[in-house]
Design a binder for this molecule. Structure first.
Ligand code: GRF
Length: 284
């Protein structure tokens, strides 16, 4: 599990969903408006859009600006969103054949949500909580993801356990990134600097991020990709976190690119492998 911090610029679109009595009618209850609002200090003025049924459907039908072949991604974030940002930038730059269709967060004020709003990515709050009463239920979220024709779900520092219905709705199609070499230093309670503190305290000489498929528990799904960084003698948790995070941004983009290109091959024993783009007979 996990979280962290970032911000950015751009002209954006904001999509907020109000909880509705009937989850199956959710797409009919969203409304667009075209109020201009200013974003964070670092952002250009933002076009605030509240979803209306017709504009929401139009966004879905048009693929919300993406090309017909690119995959549609939902990214889940609780913190700064630097991994979300690297995937979003890779998609815009053509390194990932995908389009971020929606940002899902349990923390509507987090850096990742700000970045989304400033960059035209609709934001949905999930789950509903005391601090986020605008949040949607699991059924409502599933309907939104279906309406938006989301192909893949990417967890990028989202701290809540994903409900089973959601995991089941995206078989072999939901990834997470964790800042340690799983299965070491993973599971409930291992998030943020706790991971790096535990790695340093253990005396491990190497650490690094793991990209894995999501199952019903924290950090136990099949490993798809890893990167190794050294743990130095005088490392602080912050120094180690920065070294690992740098690798996270590379390895998550590579794994998501492979997912969007259908370059993931499942070995007979259930281990997923990434087929190299340059040479289809090699695995990364
Ligand atoms: C990363 O360390 C990631 O491995 C973990 O949460 C952190 C998120 O960082 N799951 P950011 O929000 O992407 O900057």
């Amino acid at each position: 599990m996990e979280a962290a911090a970032v911000a950015s610029s751009g002209t954006g679109l904001r999509c907020s969903l109000n909880p509705v009595p009937n989850p199956h009618k959710i797409s009919a209850r969203v409304r667009f408006t075209t109020t201009r609002q200013s974003c964070a200090a670092t952002c250009r003025p933002l076009l605030l859009l509240r979803p209306t049924a017709s504009a929401y459907s139009a966004a879905i039908d048009s693929g919300a600006g993406c090309s017909g072949v690119s995959k549609r991604l939902a990214v889940f974030v609780s913190g700064g969103g630097s991994n979300f940002r690297s995937v979003h930038e890779a998609a815009l730059g053509g390194k990932v054949n995908g389009h971020v269709a929606v940002l899902v967060t349990d923390k509507p004020g987090c850096g990742g949500a700000d970045y989304a709003r400033c960059n035209g990515v609709p934001v949905v709050v999930f789950p509903k909580s005391k601090s986020a009463p605008e949040g949607v239920s699991t059924d409502q979220l599933l309907n939104v993801l279906r309406d938006l024709k989301v192909d893949f779900v990417l967890l990028a520092g989202y701290l809540k356990l994903i409900p089973g219905e959601l995991v089941q709705a995206y078989p072999r199609s939901m990834l997470n990134i964790h800042p340690s070499l799983l299965p070491a230093f993973g599971g409930k309670g291992y998030y943020g600097s706790k991971v790096h503190k535990a790695v340093i305290a253990s005396g491990a000489r190497y650490s690094g991020p793991t990209v894995h498929f999501v199952d019903m528990q924290f950090d136990t799904g099949r490993t798809l990709a890893q990167r190794v960084v050294p743990v130095l003698a005088n490392d602080t948790p912050e120094q180690l976190a920065a070294r690992v995070l740098h690798e996270e941004h590379q390895v998550y983009v590579e794994a998501v690119a492979a997912l969007c290109d259908d370059r993931i091959v499942w070995r007979e024993d259930g281990v997923p492998l990434i087929r190299s783009q340059a040479n289809p007979n090699e695995y990364m």
